[in-house]
Design a protein around this ligand. Structure first.
Ligand code: DO4
Ligand code: MG
Length: 303
């Protein structure tokens, strides 16, 4: 079962169940967590509750998915991210940090790949996260920027996995490569994160460790990057990442945790204003965002 959120009549955030015919049946909630909480109160699972609601209300009011103004499927107060959870990411981070010398001595990226404690970092807040189909920004002060297509888990405050979605951990490779202490600047800026378009309920996803992730980047209407990966290459379990995230931490219901990338566009590639990114996980959907470059002020100095 796939759950989306959209602006009904372009004004009211509304939850919906997405059918296999790409139709949307509205649900009586404005957010995903309302559904989860209602299911808990009624002592049933979100899947059972949605099935029951559809049976009771019928399909008198149905929307066409392609015509909807989509919102992120949950109003996530925070988005966190995991790093170097795939071998490919370890290689790419080493390349950035070593001026292209691949056989450099063991780096902290090698160490974190094997360490018990994973790399986890704050990626975004609700205000910095943008909806499917809306513009993601690229920074004005970076020459090497890429999308990072990632499977993401939606959790409650105890760390229980409620569902799976698709996230884009937009990254600046030159800022991170210059100095790993610049990581927050390489990862966080206005509109540097997007997720969606749907949440697949945890109970309806058969195997989250066998999800194909596909990336396509278009420029001037032409596909210029295409690649894919699979979550079967993930070095850690989702539960392992979550257990470190919630340890001694304050985590809110509806938090999203991106679980790392295994797709890195060719090293000579950087995103440009006007590009369009599509990230597809067939079991979840296609997350599409156009790219807009932040126009630099003449000087970055604040007077
Ligand atoms: O180590 C930096 C971040 C890596 C990352 O975002 C990823 O592996 O997805
Ligand atoms: Mg990432």
């Amino acid at each position: 079962m796939k759950i989306i959120r959209f602006l009904k009549n372009n004004e009211k955030p509304t939850l919906g169940a997405l059918t296999s015919q790409e139709q949307v049946i509205p649900l009586p909630y404005s957010d995903f967590m309302e559904l989860v909480n209602d299911a808990e109160n009624k002592k049933c699972t979100p899947l059972k509750l949605v099935e029951q609601l559809i049976k009771e209300t019928g399909t008198t009011e149905v929307f066409i998915y392609d015509e909807l103004n989509l919102l992120t499927p949950v109003a996530a107060p925070e988005v966190w991210a995991s790093g170097v959870t795939y071998f490919k990411s370890r290689q790419a981070r080493n390349y950035e940090a070593s001026n292209g010398i691949i056989d450099s001595p063991q780096t902290f990226y090698d160490k974190v790949y094997d360490a018990e404690r994973p790399e986890l970092f704050m990626k975004s807040t609700e205000a910095r996260t943008i909806d499917p189909n809306k513009h993601l920004n690229i920074r004005s002060d970076s020459e090497w920027q890429i999308p990072e297509p990632e499977v993401a888990v939606v959790i409650n405050k105890e760390g229980k996995i409620l569902g799976y979605t698709i996230g884009n951990d937009m990254s600046s490779r030159d800022i991170e490569g210059e100095n790993p202490l610049y990581l927050p600047q390489a990862k966080i800026w206005k509109n540097s994160c997007s997720f969606g378009p749907a949440i697949v309920l945890a109970e309806s996803l058969q195997n989250p460790y066998n999800l194909e992730i596909r990336l396509r980047i278009y420029r001037n209407g032409m596909k210029i990057v295409e690649d894919s990966a699979n979550t079967n290459q993930l070095k850690r379990t989702y539960e392992e990442l979550i257990s470190f995230l919630i340890r001694d931490n304050l985590i809110f219901d509806g938090t999203v945790l991106l679980t790392g990338t295994s797709i890195v566009p060719p090293n000579e590639f950087t995103l440009k204003d006007g590009d369009r990114i599509e990230i597809e996980v067939p079991e979840i959907g296609v997350l599409t965002n156009p790219i807009k470059k932040i126009i630099s002020k003449e000087s970055h100095v604040i007077n």
